[in-house]
Design a protein. Structure first.
Lengths: 116, 114
């Protein structure tokens, strides 16, 4: 399996610009998660989807952040407008409901965002 | 609600020495417990997990962890450290029967000295 695929791997953008991060989960997985990793706050769950439906977005920092999952194989996390404090590594992850690996969440390589 | 405490944000061991990374959890229901490893500039890779059954679980790269309910602990060990083990290690917990989201500890950076 190809694993969770994220793009871009690295992005540097100017404050105020829109940023879109993309994720392709593992095929057949029912859940998709967006996490953010910073030095100050560690790994935080931003939002997760089940069968393409957002279930819990309580971790989304503010209205500048939005996430969508238009189909089972694609999700986006958008920041508009971006601010320097959004600089972090954003991880997408997925898991399946059942099967031998049903309890395991698999992570992508991350999108390293720098807002200057 | 669940939470995880990792004691020691930085641990240094000599190559060949025992690795012990500590993790204590708090959960009002039976937990599922995980250890992930993150190498520099990479994503998180699952090392091992405990869900049910045997409390001593073995993972990749020679690591193992033991679930001790009485101590609410899930410490990670490896008998002999290798230089390639240098990385950051995260303990995580979720509710049994759910596993829908993970709560992570703050991580432990492992340094292996030659």
């Amino acid at each position: 399996d190809a694993g969770v695929i994220q793009s871009p791997r690295h992005e540097v953008t100017e404050m105020g610009q829109e940023v879109t991060l993309r994720c392709k989960p593992i095929s057949g997985h029912d859940y998709l998660f967006w996490y953010r990793q910073t030095m100050m706050r560690g790994l935080e769950l931003l939002i997760y989807f089940n069968n393409n439906v957002p279930i819990d977005d309580s971790g989304m920092p503010e209205d500048r952040f939005s996430a969508k999952m238009p189909n089972a194989s694609f999700s986006t996390l958008k920041i508009q407008p971006s601010e320097p404090r959004d600089s972090a590594v954003y991880f997408c992850a997925s898991r399946s409901e059942g099967g031998l690996s049903g309890n395991t969440i698999y992570f992508g390589e991350g999108s390293w965002l720098t807002v200057v | 609600a669940q939470s995880v405490t990792q004691l020691g944000s930085h641990v240094s061991v000599s190559e060949g020495a025992l690795v012990l990374l500590r993790c204590n959890y708090s959960s009002s229901v039976p937990p599922y417990l995980f250890w992930y490893v993150q190498y520099p500039n990479q994503g998180l890779q699952l090392l091992l997990k405990y869900t049910t059954g045997a409390t001593l679980v073995k993972g990749i790269n020679g690591f193992e962890a033991e679930f001790k309910k009485s101590e609410t602990s899930f410490h990670l060990t490896k008998p002999s450290a290798h230089m390639s083990d240098a990385a950051e290690y995260f303990c995580a917990v979720t509710r049994s029967g759910s596993a829908r989201q993970l709560t992570f500890g703050s991580g432990t950076q492992l340094t292996v000295l030659p």
